[in-house]
Design a protein around this ligand. Structure first.
Ligand code: FA5
Length: 341
């Protein structure tokens, strides 16, 4: 058979292929070791030099053409096989669905920042339960049953609980738990959620976050407390921020102080400032020297040990840092608000 007829014969068989196995047998028939093209090449030696060159070149072109056609058909079969496995074919020219990146809630970010800051100063992190005993939340902190300070810490009690457990109103009970377990000296911070039966408004929530700090050792003094908090405030709010310690009362410290920072917005008393309301100062946290009655409650000798403690509200720090005027925005979880941080 001459080459053009052979090409016609191949084309007609090629058109009929419906399966990979048929393609493979056609490939063997034409290109295999004992295939049609091979025998044509072997027959060339019986021809004259001129015919040999002409027919040789025709056979070669046909071989290339057959190889290309079979290779393309093989790829078609393979693609079809993959599409079958994947289900319906997809339009790969469509734009990809955008991936939205998650991020930390601003309260979590500030909490982590404060924890890192105190870790650098050698504090270790302690944790306590959110459901606490009356004794840890109040009694051991020098707030007995009839003490008026309890009025400011009205909370939620666990119904029908024989121990009258409650949702802790501050992180200070972690001080008691830690001191019952560890011997001084130590430096600890205790971050966590706290609860109060409060009327909710732009600066008060009934669930919020605090970080407690407690340092106990020999000869720990008020100047250690001042130095530590001044440095922490500068790290949190900028090197130019000033700290002010105002005498205040918390039953579990003596002396006690309310700590303010200079206004981060107006940087001094500006009558119309919305953040400090014209005072030049922003109230930040409570602090003081651990009361001897607290040491007695955990069987520490108050003549041997002294210490300082502080408790800061995380929402308050976040509001100052980000210039937010309403605390409720943190809990409403609107993405427009949260995605700014
Ligand atoms: C206390 O809770 C003391 N345990 C702090 C303390 C610890 C003083 C150790 C001395 C030594 P106070 O009730 O002031 O104190 O709360 C501390 C901070 O929590 C406040 O400065 C404020 O930032 C935040 N805070 C208090 N009440 C609320 C509330 N309802 N919503 C949001 N933040 C609050």
């Amino acid at each position: 058979m001459d080459v053009p007829d052979l090409k016609k014969k191949f084309d007609s068989s090629f058109k009929k292929i419906t399966h990979l196995s048929e393609l493979e047998s056609l490939e063997k028939e034409y290109l295999g070791g004992k295939g049609i093209l091979k025998s044509l090449i072997l027959n060339l030696k019986t021809l004259s030099l001129e015919e040999k060159q002409k027919k040789g070149s025709e056979i070669n072109s046909l071989k290339v053409e057959i190889e290309e056609k079979l290779s393309q058909k093989r790829t078609d079969f393979e693609t079809l096989e993959i599409e079958k496995k994947l289900g319906s074919p997809e339009d790969s020219s469509l734009p990809a669905v955008p991936l939205s990146l998650g991020r930390f809630h601003p309260i979590t970010s500030i909490l982590e920042e404060v924890i890192d800051l105190f870790r650098e100063l050698g504090f270790h992190v302690a944790r306590g339960p959110e459901i606490e005993s009356d004794e840890n939340n109040f009694g051991a902190l020098n707030i007995p049953k009839d003490h008026p300070a309890r009025d400011m810490h009205d909370t939620f009690y666990i119904k029908d609980d024989p121990e009258k457990k409650l949702l802790r109103t501050h992180t200070s009970p972690v001080q008691i738990r830690l001191m019952r377990e560890e011997k001084p000296p130590f430096r600890m911070i205790a971050p966590g959620k706290v609860f109060r039966h409060e009327a909710i408004d732009s600066t008060h929530s009934s669930v919020f976050h605090q970080i407690e700090g407690l340092v106990v050792g020999e000869n720990i003094s008020f100047s250690d407390l001042k130095g530590t908090l001044e440095m922490a405030n500068q790290k949190l709010f900028g090197a130019s921020v000033r700290s002010r310690f105002r005498p205040s009362y918390f039953p579990f410290v003596e002396p006690g102080a309310e700590v303010d920072i200079s206004c981060t917005l107006c940087k001094g008393p500006a009558p119309a400032c919305p953040v400090c309301k014209g005072s030049g100062w922003i109230e930040l946290l409570g602090a003081g020297m651990v009361h001897p009655n607290v040491f007695k409650a955990v069987h520490y000798d108050p003549k041997l040990w002294t210490g300082f403690a502080f408790g800061m509200g995380i929402e308050r720090i976040a509001m100052i840092r980000y210039g937010i005027e309403d605390m409720r925005l943190f809990y409403e979880n609107h993405l427009d608000f949260l995605s700014q941080f």
